[in-house]
Ligand binder design. Structure first.
Ligand code: HEC
Length: 142
């Protein structure tokens, strides 16, 4: 009787270890798959540029856009955007956490500083996410 019980116990423990390993493998697989599904490549030309046109250029084009006049931030093209403003760069490629543009559109610098300003057309959650992903993916001219 006793050896059978011990054998059962050993078997059970082996089985539990195996299930544990399988669970870890399964969770790892889920992470990989969900990563693939959400990390869409965001393109400047087809994703970001239309948002700038619709919701930012009104105030960020020379000669008299008020954001341009106050800070020199010109959103006419990829190059002028990357040139930044009188305070420096507004985008740090690969680092949306520290990029001024992302801080402002996400409202991290406070509601009064949120872009776009005032009663201009607001950004949707998706557009805010696009800015974040695009910057984190290197802010490429793609
Ligand atoms: C209604 C006008 C208006 C619109 C629309 C607008 N801005 Fe601005 N923006 C301003 C003004 C004015 C400033 C100058 C700083 C301030 O007053 O906060 C500015 C400054 C900025 C700055 C520089 C801040 C700094 O401290 O260096 C960034 C970045 C910026 N805007 C991003 C955007 C983005 C991105 C959009 C579109 C999603 C946008 N803005 C739309 C008016 C606007």
């Amino acid at each position: 009787m006793i050896p059978v019980l011990i054998m059962q116990k050993v078997l059970l423990m082996g089985l539990m270890k195996l299930t544990n390993k399988l669970t870890h493998l399964f969770i790892a697989l889920l992470f990989i798959l969900s990563g693939c599904a959400t990390e869409r490549v965001i393109r400047f030309n087809s994703d970001i540029s239309p948002i700038l046109k619709n919701k930012c250029q009104k105030c960020h084009l020379p000669p008299d856009g008020e954001g341009y006049v106050e800070t020199g931030l010109n959103m006419e093209s990829y190059d002028t955007l990357m040139d930044g403003d009188i305070y420096g760069n507004v985008i740090i490629p690969g680092d949306s956490k520290r990029s001024v543009l992302n801080k402002l559109v996400e409202g991290r610098a406070g509601e009064a500083m949120r872009m776009p300003h005032g009663d201009a057309k607001k950004l949707t959650a998706k557009e805010i996410e696009y800015f974040k992903l695009w910057v984190d993916q290197g802010a490429l001219n793609n």
